[in-house]
Design a binder for this molecule. Structure first.
Ligand SMILES: Nc1ncnc2c1ncn2[C@@H]1O[C@H](COP(=O)(O)OP(=O)(O)OP(=O)(O)O)[C@@H](O)[C@H]1O
Ligand SMILES: [Mg+2]
Length: 337
């Protein structure tokens, strides 16, 4: 069954300037631009994109916090505009900005939320223990949240998001600003939650690895539009070239030049970049050609320190589609804001 169904969804915002009447080119901001996608029951689905791509706005519409300008969306079978209350009963949300009560303990935060969703006292107690266990937070349940680290707060928020047995859980940037170790830990909880509680999860992220590791399908967003949507592996398969990196030791310039010239004559090498002691080649089917590449480097006298090749990442997919890395796009968004 379809857990989320989005058809031609658009959201425009009016510029907020106090001088808007005086500004001639007073155009609306199109935060979400005619997007359509659907998420099946039990999927972990990501909206991946740089700052300002429209991820949070989409999520706010799907969780009934914003009304769309046009288009339709159904969550757990209900329309997000005309059946708002029914949608709210079926979902859990973890916002991009933390919304825990710092003056309460972890357990109290969970209990308060469970009361709001009408869980009985017995059910609240049972469920609190269950969700605390799932995110590995039993030890800290009775500590004030103001004393928690960023990672602990995020884990508690995720626990709170699903304490009332939602069918669909929305996670807005679940690991934003956390270190790599904590991020990985949260990924395991999200996977476990999806498998053990059979919850459909839609998350937004601008971390490439997060989308790649966690999600069955990914929609890449930019400027309010979905520019690609598929399973991570299939998206990566669309990028034809693999990346081969050769790191060499001290070699005479003429030897390096000669090696580069020989590489450039190979029809399966599409691009060559040299930076100091590193040569990067974009190679079609590197697995078939890696032996020949190493042999050429060896014959031409290059002192090879290491050779490795990797399949394209979702970052390479983003570059192929937009011409720049996701981080550059983020920086230029920040500069334009
Ligand atoms: N309430 C609002 N009023 C006016 N413009 C808004 C409003 N909310 C969002 N926007 C604009 O809509 C665009 C999309 O914003 P959104 O927050 O959805 O992006 P995002 O992909 O979640 O970005 P981030 O990764 O930074 O969280 C941005 O240009 C933003 O400035
Ligand atoms: Mg956002």
């Amino acid at each position: 069954m379809t857990a989320i169904d989005v058809r031609n969804l658009t959201k425009c915002f009016s510029p907020q300037s106090p001088f808007r009447r005086l500004i001639r080119r007073n155009r609306d901001i199109v935060a979400v631009d005619n997007i359509s996608f659907s998420v099946d029951d039990g999927e972990i689905f990501a909206l991946l994109g740089p700052n300002g791509a429209g991820k949070t706005t989409t999520l706010k519409i799907l969780t009934t916090l914003l009304k769309p300008t046009s288009g339709h969306a159904r969550v757990a079978g209900f329309d997000v505009v005309s059946e708002r209350d029914a949608v709210r009963k079926k979902i859990g949300i973890v916002f991009q900005e933390s919304s825990l009560d710092l003056r309460l303990t972890g357990r109290e935060n969970l209990d308060f939320h469970a009361r709001m969703y009408g869980l009985s006292s017995v059910e609240r107690k049972r469920r609190t223990e269950e969700v605390l266990k799932l995110v590995d937070m039993e030890e800290y349940a009775d500590v004030l949240v103001s004393k928690y680290s960023g990672g602990m707060r995020r884990r508690l928020e995720i626990a709170r998001g699903f304490i009332h047995h939602p069918e669909v859980l929305f996670l807005d940037e679940p690991t934003l600003g956390l270190d790599v170790h904590t991020r990985r830990r949260i990924w395991t909880f999200i996977k476990k939650l999806n498998e053990e509680e059979n919850i459909t999860i839609l998350l937004t992220t601008h971390y490439i690895e997060e989308a790649d590791f966690l999600c069955s399908r990914v929609a890449i967003m930019q400027n309010g539009k979905i520019i690609a949507i598929d399973e991570p592996e299939k998206l990566k398969n669309n990028v034809k070239e693999d990346i081969v990196m050769i790191i060499f030791g001290n070699s005479e310039d003429y030897i390096v030049e000669n090696t580069l010239k020989m590489f450039s004559e190979l029809n399966y090498v599409h691009d060559i970049i040299r930076e100091n002691n590193t040569i990067m080649l974009k190679v079609e089917h590197a697995d078939m050609h890696i032996a020949e590449i190493i042999e050429i480097a060896r014959i031409s006298g290059l002192e090879i320190n290491s050779v490795n090749f990797r399949k394209p990442s979702l970052e390479d997919v983003f570059i192929e589609l937009t011409g720049k890395p996701i981080l550059d796009t983020q920086l230029s968004c920040i500069r334009h804001q």
